[in-house]
Design a protein around this ligand. Structure first.
Ligand code: ZN
Length: 345
């Protein structure tokens, strides 16, 4: 795709969102300034990986400087939100009590948030694209299909709870370009919070063969569960982590278990630092969708679709309802800490 086509596509995406004048400028800046290194690593091949080394490059520094110029927008928070941020009492999240490990405790200082649901702009980023589908399930269904169905259900629930500005971000094209588009679109809105929706698989070495509907397919029943990822490189890591903690806590409260394998050495280069051993929040600095977005951002792997049992569950309306209830409870709690008292929806 040529650059002009790219801008056109992005314009189409952005036009479905909150209007903003400098779409094209932002798109061009993002395109020129976002160094992207997509690895060819198995199911994560287009999950937006970028090298952290690049983040430190001079090119990157230049990019940071440029996006900071007048149009730079950290999440455009409602006045009420900024106001409440000054109140030390609000949001004494019990997050700290959950026992994050491995990072400087200062990083986990509670984040004060309060927002008006009617104005709060949460973007639900549908992981991957129709063209670049992400993982393939044990029964040969694309991850993109799962991501889209779940994200739509979450959108419905959030809107039903008054989060009228919730937007679904569906991008087009190949993995590499779709990264640029989704990051630029989210930054340009600008969103207050981004949640990227995914479904999990395993590194190729764990795959086994089986036959489904007369065809050879791959599966691995070895791992299951959800996981939540945050990037330390996100400019609002504290808020990202606070939201990740809420998502993970609510998923757990819904009776779900998190995927334990990411903290294990058998995962090799996919091994991640576990930030909260109670709820399952992992650190994954390099994910472009988390580190290049200028608002708080979290990635949710809702469950494994390469696990044959869990795939069936993830295919069900019931599980979509469970996950979307957990996410909605987390967003409500994020915006209004008193919801924390009431437990899951
Ligand atoms: Zn994915």
């Amino acid at each position: 795709m040529k650059r002009r086509e790219f801008i056109f596509v992005l314009g189409r995406i952005a036009s479905g969102f909150w209007p903003r004048r400098n779409t094209i400028i932002a798109a061009m800046a993002a395109m020129v300034l976002l160094p992207i290194e997509v690895s060819d690593a198995g199911w994560l091949s287009d999950v937006f990986k970028g090298s952290s080394k690049q983040a430190k490059s001079s090119k990157q520094a230049k990019s940071a400087k440029q996006v900071k110029s007048p149009k730079r927008v950290t999440s455009r928070k409602p006045a009420a939100l900024a106001k409440s941020a000054a109140s030390p009492k609000r949001r004494d999240i019990k997050l700290a009590a959950l026992g994050p490990v491995g990072l400087n405790p200062a990083a986990f200082k509670p984040v004060a948030t309060r927002c008006d649901p009617a104005k709060f702009r949460i973007v639900l980023d549908v992981g991957h694209t129709a063209e670049s589908e992400g993982a393939i399930s044990a029964r040969n269904v694309s991850e993109f299909t799962f991501n889209l169905r779940l994200a739509k259900r979450i959108e419905e629930k959030l809107k039903a709870e008054g989060f009228a500005q919730t937007k679904l971000l569906v991008t087009e094209g190949k993995a590499r370009r779709s990264l640029v588009k989704r990051v630029a679109a989210a930054n340009d809105l600008p969103a207050d919070l981004l949640l990227s929706i995914h479904h999990d698989s395993v590194p190729n070495k764990f795959l086994e063969d089986w036959e489904f509907e007369g065809k050879k397919r791959h599966f691995s029943d070895r791992f299951s569960g959800y996981s939540v990822f945050v990037s330390r490189i996100n400019p609002d890591f504290k808020t990202s982590f606070a939201f990740a903690e809420l998502i993970a806590k609510e998923m757990k409260a819904q009776g779900l278990d998190y995927a334990r394998q990411y903290s294990q050495a058998i995962m090799g280069r996919y091994q991640r630092e576990l930030l909260n051993k109670e709820t399952g929040v992992y650190r994954y600095d390099e994910l472009i969708v988390l580190r290049k977005t200028r608002m708080a951002a979290v990635l949710l792997e809702a469950g494994s679709i390469i696990n044959r049992d869990e795939e069936l569950k993830m295919s069900s309306q019931e599980r979509r309802d469970i996950v979307s209830s957990g996410v909605t409870a987390a967003v409500k709690e994020f915006c209004e800490p008193r919801w924390a008292m009431l437990g899951p929806l």
